[in-house]
Design a protein around this ligand. Structure first.
Ligand code: GDP
Ligand code: IMO
Ligand code: MG
Length: 430
């Protein structure tokens, strides 16, 4: 299947990196289409744990060409750190392997300062952003004063960076935050431009040619459906199109590429969220600690980018059904099933109740979930450790029932079940 879109079906951190890495073994191109270094995608290969913020998760496989698409916002500082980390692990990030769209936007220290100042100004009602400058960079993009990667090649780039910092300083001053000295930013970005030049390309053209030649392109979503700028729990969302259609605009692909696309939704076996915003199935106290973990394992629920503890809860079938529709998901990859082992019973949210009425679809999407109360179906838990299970037949009966119920709610099949972070800890359910 030429275009495969791997998209988060919840609030991010579903395990997209881990699933992309699995598909990338058979892939040719691995491409990120949205967001920036607010993302944190983890790939575990034996004792090595790769935390990728910008570079697509397929990069670990040597035959892959990695693409940062036009829909992204790129902080070169993070990019160079990540390139160094990969080089040290013996993974090539040569210009032939790592291609950046000329139309992707740049993130600068001024965007980061604005992100933090805006969050401070929101006070208690803050969004809980990652502080990476994502919102301000997309704001500059939509107000048409952003800096694109191609601008790094222009002779007046330094001047333009200077104007950008001066403009940001006016807003920072209105917010009561200190401004930035443009000179060191210009200097640093001029140096970045020299190092990035050979990676900048028309990646839309390259992906188009690849698809025409029958190559497999893996489009990797960052964040998740419920953080999408249009379809998420607005305003508690990120600033990009995280959903599967965003893969087309974010990579410069036309609708012909979508015709045969395989859309895989990644869903964690329970629900998590980091940052502010509604979360109807959230749990607290001992159960929350049990689902989150204490931080002793690398997979415990603490943000890959910010280290913040993630909020946790029961799987929300109403929001999953919504994600299936908005993305056109045709199959699911369920992750972290192993974490549910040992729980006596499980709750699965199958509907919402409001004023005595049941809802499985919401009149205005997930924008305002506060009037709704989740309706749960209780299912048996299982005692067995599933982390060594490799076939569907070997899963405990209660685990199969849980996955089948989830399939029933979603209306699409579960194709993959991840039972641990390592490459081989996966059950393929063809
Ligand atoms: P992403 O942002 O969607 O790529 O997900 P993150 O990497 O932020 O968070 C997922 C975390 O869960 C990472 O630490 C993964 O290594 C880990 N992980 C992924 N799948 C599994 C699984 O099936 N079981 C366990 N225990 N950990 C997993
Ligand atoms: P991955 O790709 C989970 C959340 C932030 C905040 C909101 C807006 O690893 O799944 P932003 O910095 O984007 O303006 O913050 O979005 N957020 C994520 N939550 N996983 C992510 O990425 C996230 N990227 C942003 O916590 O609530
Ligand atoms: Mg993550």
């Amino acid at each position: 299947m030429p275009l495969q879109i791997i998209v988060g079906a919840q609030w991010g951190d579903e395990g997209k990196g881990r699933i992309v890495d699995w598909f990338a073994a058979q892939g040719d191109f691995s491409a990120r289409y949205n967001g920036g270094d607010n993302a944190g995608h983890t790939v575990t290969v034996g004792s090595r744990i790769f935390k990728l913020h910008l570079i697509p998760s397929g990069i670990i496989h040597p035959q892959i060409v990695a693409i940062l698409g036009n829909g992204m916002v790129v902080n070169p500082h993070t990019l160079f750190d990540e390139m160094d980390m990969l080089r040290q692990a013996g993974i090539s990030v040569s210009p032939e392997r790592l291609r950046l769209s000329y139309a992707a936007h740049l993130i600068t220290p001024a965007h980061q300062a604005l992100d933090k100042a805006l969050e401070a100004a929101r006070g208690k009602g803050n969004l809980g952003t990652t502080g990476r400058g994502i919102g301000p960079a997309y704001t500059d993009k939509t107000t048409r004063r952003g800096l694109r990667l191609a601008d790094m090649l222009a002779p007046d780039f330094c001047e333009r960076i200077g104007d950008h910092v001066a403009e940001a300083n006016r807003t920072l001053s209105m917010l009561g935050a200190p401004g930035l000295d443009p000179a060191p930013v210009c200097e640093q970005y001029r140096e970045f431009a020299g190092r990035l030049k050979s990676h900048i390309a028309d990646t839309s053209l390259e992906l188009h040619a690849a698809l025409q030649a029958g190559k497999t392109v893996l489009a990797e979503g960052a964040q998740g459906t419920l953080l999408d700028i249009d379809f998420g729990t607005y305003p508690f969302v990120t600033s990009s199109s995280t959903t599967a259609p965003g893969a087309l605009t974010g990579l410069g692909l036309g609708l012909d590429a979508a015709r045969d696309a395989r859309v895989i939704g990644v869903v964690k076996a329970f629900q998590t969220r980091v940052g502010s915003g509604p979360f109807p199935t959230e749990v607290f106290d001992d159960l929350a600690l049990r689902l989150r973990g204490t931080g002793e394992h690398p997979w415990d629920e603490y943000g890959t980018t910010t280290g913040r503890p993630r909020r946790v809860g029961w799987l929300d079938g109403v929001l999953l059904k919504y994600a299936i529709r908005i993305n056109g998901i045709r199959e699911l990859a369920v992750t972290k099933l192993d974490i549910l082992s040992g729980l006596k019973s499980l709750q699965l949210c199958t509907a919402y109740r409001r004023d005595g009425k049941l809802f499985t679809d919401l009149p205005f999407g997930p924008a305002d979930l506060s009037p709704y109360e989740p309706v749960y179906e209780e299912l048996h838990g299982w005692r067995e450790d599933v982390s060594a299970v490799r076939t569907w037949a070997d899963l405990p009966p209660a685990a199969k029932t849980y996955l089948e119920r989830l399939t029933g709610l979603a209306g699409v099949p579960v194709r993959l079940v991840s039972v641990g972070p390592e490459r081989e800890q996966i059950v393929n359910h063809p």
